[in-house]
Write a protein that binds this ligand. Structure first.
Ligand SMILES: Cc1ncc(COP(=O)(O)O)c(C=O)c1O
Length: 399
């Protein structure tokens, strides 16, 4: 039951139609300012798509710059020409030279995004929407990289920004958030504690927490669109993703379904694999035990910061995407991550972030287990620049 129409704007480039609750199936107008209610999140954006539009899109893509905004029809921005754009997306695929025998491995290197991680994709869309729908400010709890991205895009949008970070967040992230003008709250052990801190404020700032608004998924969806296009519309067999809140898994699955509706992707979807840390693995535990929901994992015992997400509001969507693509879920150890970072630096000339390295270890385990087989093509997401975790993130004047 679709109640609303496409964005009514003659110059609109988007094919977005409305919002749908992934819980009840209820539809809402895209301009519903705060579609958040605990029972109904996550809300997802729907589009009017068919193979004719797919053919049009493919032709248009040929002439467009290589950035996230090349997929503008599949992004829910109303005033495209007036958007905030810091050059996000359009990241390279890098062929890994020494992958296990018979396998073909590429890294999707996200470190070149404006604040050094894939978080820029989702937060670009979320802040752009907050701006065009008149939010007084934006806020979110974060393991680190999402705070950086929010602070940067909010600065560009002229929106006040507040971020809450666990007390042991690397100092470089804190410094850079402040440099972008964000108000930084530090305290607690995980994102869950940080979220509680933000509840005290009553100034109506939009909550951009993972899956509490519908637009971060739309930005991250471009990771899936890019990979399929980079493989010449014949997608890889596997995509291996370091999973925290799971936005990327849900978003890439959404991308594949939309490409199918456009006639740009046939029946075979890439198989999605989630990688988490052995000491902190709510999604892997639920996947392996056949559960439809993930029980929160309260003790944050990993230094792979981006994967310290105790619970996800979209646990059932993540598990559904893994299962529907005949995917996998695997855990890795802290020491394996350290060793892989050293090996990739010395053998490949590639400096991996801890999350990207965790995903590489996960890939190698899936090969060892015989799930990923010789001849198959795999993309591993290298989600963030390791320098984001440096203690001193801000230049000092040495003159
Ligand atoms: C570098 C990095 N990789 C991976 C993740 C997990 O991403 P997702 O929430 O899409 O599962 C995060 C989240 O903070 C991160 O910062």
């Amino acid at each position: 039951m679709s109640s609303s129409t496409s964005i009514e704007q003659s110059a609109a480039v988007t094919w977005a139609r409305d919002l749908v609750s992934s819980k009840s199936g209820r539809h809402l107008n895209l301009r519903a300012q705060s579609p958040t209610s605990d029972e109904e999140v996550p809300w997802l954006v729907t589009y009017d798509l068919d193979p004719k539009k797919g053919a049009v899109l493919k032709t248009r893509l040929a002439g467009r710059p290589w950035s996230l905004w090349r997929y503008r029809e599949l992004l829910p921005v109303e005033r495209f020409a007036d958007r905030i754009d810091l050059g996000e997306g359009g990241t390279p695929l890098i062929r890994v030279r020494h992958s296990p025998e018979g396998t073909q491995l590429w890294l999707k290197e996200e470190a070149g995004n404006p604040t050094g991680s894939f978080k820029d994709r989702g937060l670009s869309l979320a802040v752009n929407r907050a701006r065009e729908l008149g939010a007084p400010g934006v806020q979110l709890p974060s393991a680190g990289n999402a705070a950086l991205a929010t602070a940067a895009f909010a600065a560009a949008a002229g929106l006040p920004c507040r971020v809450a970070l666990p007390s042991d967040t690397p100092g470089g992230i804190v410094d850079r958030c402040r440099l972008f003008g964000a108000d930084v709250l530090l305290g607690g052990a995980t994102l869950v504690d940080s979220a509680l801190e933000l509840q005290a404020f009553e100034d109506g700032f939009w909550d951009l927490s993972t899956f509490r608004e519908p637009y971060r998924v739309e930005g991250k969806k471009t990771m899936g669109l890019e990979v399929v296009e980079q493989f010449g519309w014949d997608p890889p067999d596997w995509i291996v993703y370091p999973t925290g809140g799971g936005t990327g898994i849900v978003a890439m699955y959404k991308a594949f379904r939309e490409l199918q509706a456009l006639g740009l992707l046939q029946d075979r979807l890439p198989r999605l694999a989630a990688v988490q840390m052995a000491a902190f693995a709510p999604i892997v535990r639920a996947f392996q035990s056949g559960e439809e929901r993930a029980v929160p994992w309260e003790e944050p015992r990993t230094r792979v910061w981006g994967l310290r997400v105790p619970r996800s509001l979209a646990d059932s969507l993540i598990l559904g995407a893994l299962r529907e693509t005949r995917g996998a879920a695997v855990t890795v150890g802290e020491q394996e991550v350290v060793e892989t970072r050293a090996r990739f630096a010395s053998q490949e000339g590639l400096w991996l972030g801890p999350e990207g390295a965790a995903a590489v270890v996960g890939f190698e385990k899936l090969v060892d287990e015989g799930l990923i087989q010789a001849g198959e093509r795999t993309v591993v997401f290298q989600t963030g620049h390791p320098a984001n975790y440096f203690e001193q993130g801000v230049e000092t004047d040495r003159s």
